[in-house]
Design a protein around this ligand. Structure first.
Ligand code: CTP
Length: 408
């Protein structure tokens, strides 16, 4: 496969230094990356840095290498343009269709997807002019990512921080693989559960599982970028970065997760149960650490009791007319001598009564904690769609695609 041509546009904000990490990330996947900074970006990072990292000369104006008509060539040849960081100013210039530097001229020429990762102070992000510009860019099909919430240039903190370069890189690759991010979930509320729940034995010991939460977070990320208001109910998620734009509610036990999911499902349009929920919990949970010798029997024999099935509970609530959300479940299956993972999945879909079930095979290092996933999507209408091996983000995009048809 010939390397894909990616233009990384960099505009003049303090986060310009993070563009270096993005260029690295994209190059590591074998892509041909060309950096097009605005003149003010070079106040933050020198051209030599971008040239060394990208392996291409850097210019900010259409009046360099005029014989090559750079803006036309680079814009026409690009498979993807990613602007990171994008300032309020560069977005305003794109909205106005300006071509007053090489970057904006290149974007005007390009017909490939354009992804914008904004970074600015919260006040600038919330300013009605910026809000309107973001809406206009999105209407035109430009993918404007959500900025992260956190520490800004000074001591202040709020929305406006550049999304982490690795997250931008992941989205860039997802878009390059042909995934589209239509704004079909705008105005919709989506709840995603993620990670494993943990059941305490005593204050220092628990029963847990190996789920990383990566698939749930990828689903939340894709839902945010399709316009949804997203709440993640997260168990143990291995300190993953929260997808910018999503709200996170942290829980530990299955019963905590049940309460949080049911609360947020009340007015949701779509609930996706991607969490690996602990099915059982110890009957009793000690208030202080159990000791060898003194409490040995409590450690050698742990009596368990069954936890509620959150997914089934949601389906029952919908049957009772208490919620209206479309409901998506996951099935982590291993095949055995009696049945395949897919057949177990079909049986589970019937048992759980949800609209859609993503079945993946687990065990032998497959899926749990990994960056890739694959499996089958089973619809309550009997449909079976194979989900090819891909990043969890690509799989998430397919799950959201399949879920949208159940959202009213
Ligand atoms: N699930 C749930 N509550 C539970 C157990 C599972 O909501 N107590 C949800 C999971 O989030 C997932 C789906 O049910 O969406 C299937 O989870 P899985 O662990 O594969 O199924 P189980 O119901 O636990 O069935 P089994 O372990 O017997 O295969």
């Amino acid at each position: 496969m010939s390397p894909r041509k990616i233009v990384v546009g960099v505009s003049g904000g303090i986060a310009a230094y993070k563009a270096c990490a993005l260029v690295r990330d994209l190059k590591e996947f074998g892509d041909d990356v060309r950096v097009v900074p605005t003149p003010s970006a070079l106040n933050f990072v020198g051209a030599a840095t971008f040239e060394a990292l990208s392996g291409h000369p850097v210019s900010t104006t259409v009046f360099d290498a005029v014989d090559e008509v750079q803006h036309v060539r680079v814009g026409q040849e690009a498979d993807l343009i990613v602007i990171a960081p994008a300032t309020a100013d560069v977005m305003a210039r794109l909205v106005a269709g300006r071509a007053d530097d090489l970057l904006t001229a290149t974007v005007l020429v390009a017909t490939c997807p354009v992804v914008i990762a904004p970074a600015m102070h919260t006040e600038m992000w919330n300013n009605p002019a910026t809000v309107a510009n973001v809406a206009t860019l999105r209407e035109r099909g430009i993918i404007v990512l959500e900025p992260a919430h956190g520490r800004l240039t000074g001591k202040d903190s709020g929305p406006g921080r550049l999304m982490e370069p690795a997250q931008i890189g992941e989205i860039a690759r997802t878009i390059l693989s042909g995934v589209e991010l239509p704004q079909d979930l705008r105005g919709k509320k989506v709840v995603v559960s993620a990670g494993g729940t943990q059941e305490n034995i005593d204050p220092v010991r628990f029963i847990g599982n190996r789920s990383s939460g990566k698939q749930g977070f990828a689903l939340a990320d894709i839902a945010v970028h399709r316009g949804a208001e997203v709440t993640i109910v997260a168990g143990d998620t291995d300190q993953l970065e929260t997808p910018p734009g999503a709200t996170i509610v942290r829980v530990r036990s299955t019963r905590d997760m049940e309460a949080a999911v049911h609360k947020h499902a009340a007015d949701a349009d779509l609930v996706i149960m991607a969490a690996a929920v602990a099915d059982f919990r110890p009957v009793s949970q000690a208030d202080s650490k159990l000791k060898k010798g003194a409490d040995e029997s409590a450690l050698t024999t742990i009596t368990l009791t069954e936890n509620p099935d959150i997914l089934k509970g949601l389906v029952e609530k919908r049957r009772a007319g208490e919620i209206t959300a479309a409901i998506v479940g996951f099935a982590a299956e291993t095949g055995d001598h009696e049945s395949s993972a897919l057949d177990y999945g079909k049986e589970k879909l019937k048992r759980k009564g949800c609209d859609l079930l993503m079945v993946n095979e687990v065990g032998d290092g497959k899926v749990f904690g990994e960056d890739r996933n694959r499996g089958w999507l089973l619809g309550k209408d009997g449909s079976v769609t194979e989900v090819d091996d891909g990043s969890k983000q690509m799989v998430a995009a397919q799950i959201i695609d399949a879920s949208v048809r159940f959202v009213s």
